[in-house]
Design a protein around this ligand. Structure first.
Ligand SMILES: [Zn+2]
Length: 367
């Protein structure tokens, strides 16, 4: 797996970045790969070559924006003992604190950070004997984990709802006062706290699965988010970025530890009785089955249903996804590239197709 860590470099590369921009402009305008053509700009040829390759080859790029310095692996040296990564052509020495890796693939540098892309070995996937179900919620505990066979339940992320509510109130107050600059700051602070909580939860969930020899089942919310009727529903719209982030964290940490993640059809997971399969009565956080008399916390019941449900999405979901150009199946692909957000800490950001998404993650540190 490729993970990208974000490390603050504390240097001024403004003139190099300006040159990089010029090289990229040249590449976009002339579709050239030849470093001779951009030699006059004065950027180190190793870096210029990478930029030419990126911007010259991609015909969809019409204009070069936010051009980073790109250093290929041959221009990078890693000292695993001293835990430093050296980039001689930019005279950068980064000390890293992220877990061990096989090799550095590439480093991109912007005005503030170095994005260090490393290859990390994945554990071979263990065939699970059973599954734990993870139910995500906007109210109460953010994640309820159920192991129906062992009859065990873990309730995680009690703070999430409070954090969201607290910062929402602060933002609203600031907006009324017209302090828009502060709104952004507060939003960032909330994201950092939620990201940290998501890291803790995802780490715990993968640990539970690993210790119990289980795979992890979650609801496939992909179709639901596309479905307008459901998108408006409270359960899936609220905090959807933090859900998405948590799911991404779980996926990539599971992958690192050889834990299988599978998705199930989300319909009726909260209304079905996990004991007898009938549709029961859900009232807030209380679930009651009129057929067999089963009474349980609604989220716990939902997590059991998720754990017991057949893997896969219904035909209609698949058809809908296919008509929209995706098959809905390759969930595992989403956690492939991760980028860190904080210097010298193991924050990472999922390099998803939507740029600037808030799905930020920290690499797992299992003790
Ligand atoms: Zn029942």
């Amino acid at each position: 797996m490729i993970l990208t860590y974000k490390v603050r470099h504390g240097r001024d590369f403004s003139s190099e970045l300006r040159m990089a921009r010029q090289v990229a402009d040249h590449a976009v305008r002339h579709r050239t790969f030849s470093s001779k053509d951009v030699k006059h700009i004065g950027l180190k040829s190793m870096i210029a070559n990478q930029i030419l390759r990126k911007y010259g080859r991609n015909k969809t790029i019409k204009k070069a924006r936010n051009v980073n310095l790109i250093v290929p692996s041959q221009g990078i040296r890693a000292d695993h003992e001293k835990k430093t990564i050296t980039v001689p052509c930019l005279k950068i020495v980064l000390s890293y604190q992220f877990p061990e890796f096989e090799k550095v693939n590439q480093i991109e540098v912007d005005d503030e950070y170095a994005y260090v892309s490393v290859s990390v070995p994945e554990k071979p996937l263990v065939e699970p004997t059973r599954y734990i179900g993870v139910d995500l919620n906007a109210t109460g505990h953010a994640a309820v984990v159920g192991d129906p066979e062992a009859g065990k339940v873990w309730k995680l992320g009690k703070r999430c709802q409070h954090v969201h509510q607290k910062y929402k109130n602060i933002r609203r107050r600031l907006q009324k006062l017209g302090k828009y600059g502060m709104v952004k700051k507060i939003k960032d602070r909330e994201s950092r706290i939620i990201r940290d909580l998501n890291h803790k939860m995802s780490r715990k969930i993968v640990e539970i699965a690993k210790e119990n020899g289980c795979g992890i089942k979650m609801e496939d919310l992909k179709g639901i988010r596309k479905n307008k009727k459901h998108a408006k529903s409270f359960r899936y719209s609220l905090n959807s970025w933090s859900f998405y982030q948590l799911r991404t964290f779980i996926e990539y940490k599971a992958k690192l530890h050889g834990v299988l993640v599978a998705y199930v059809e989300p319909a009726y997971t909260s209304k079905t009785c996990s004991r007898c399969g009938h549709v029961g009565d859900r009232n807030g956080k209380a679930f009651k089955c009129p057929y067999c008399g089963y009474v349980e916390n609604a989220d716990v019941n939902a997590s059991f249903n998720i754990a017991l449900r057949q893997i896969g999405v219904s035909q209609s979901d698949v058809e809908r996804d296919m008509s929209e150009g995706s098959t809905g199946a390759p969930q595992e692909a989403t956690a492939r590239t991760i980028r860190t957000l904080e210097p010298h800490r193991l924050f990472a950001k999922a390099n998803s197709s939507s740029r600037g998404s808030t799905s930020a993650i920290r690499s797992p540190t299992f003790s």
